[in-house]
Design a protein around this ligand. Structure first.
Ligand code: C2G
Length: 130
């Protein structure tokens, strides 16, 4: 029987329980979770500077039991090709992106999950890492 493939994307810098909560709920929607991890170069395009490098963020994500595969997210436009290449059934994002990826619903189910309030990489960096 075909595995139900889930995909999500993000920077996942300074991994915290909000990220894990998203990954846990995303994985619960299917059998195999792919994470499109923003490269350092793409982060620049997003106006974000991560504390950890892509390699370290990827290593940390791969240690999370809900994550089955990590691929580089290098540009905004790659999602449609990713959905086709990996035969994705469900695209998942936190609802801070509500509506932004509805155009992908021609290719797969699009689900926005409630964001975990009170935690963010920025908050952590501001309070701990500075
Ligand atoms: N998230 C969450 N709760 C938080 C923080 C983040 O549910 N407290 C979710 C976000 O909604 C997102 C995922 O965790 O779905 C990753 O968040 P970021 O690393 O901030 O990703 P972002 O910069 O939003 O990049 O193409 C999509 C982009 O790459 C998303």
């Amino acid at each position: 029987m075909k595995k139900k493939i889930i995909i999500t994307y993000g920077t996942f810098d300074v991994l915290h329980y909000g990220h894990v909560n998203l990954l846990k709920r995303a994985k619960a929607l299917g059998d195999y979770l792919i994470v499109g991890l923003s490269t350092d170069e793409f982060n620049e395009q997003k106006g974000k500077k991560s504390y950890y490098s892509y390699c370290h963020r990827s290593e940390i994500l791969q240690s999370i039991k809900y994550v089955d595969k990590v691929i580089p997210e290098e540009c905004w436009e790659q999602k449609v090709l990713d959905l086709k290449n990996y035969d994705v059934d469900v695209f998942v994002m936190g609802n801070d992106w509500e509506g932004k990826f509805d155009f992908l619903s021609d290719n797969c189910k699009v689900i926005y999950l409630p964001r975990t309030e009170g935690i963010s990489s920025t908050l952590i960096r501001q309070s701990v890492l500075t």
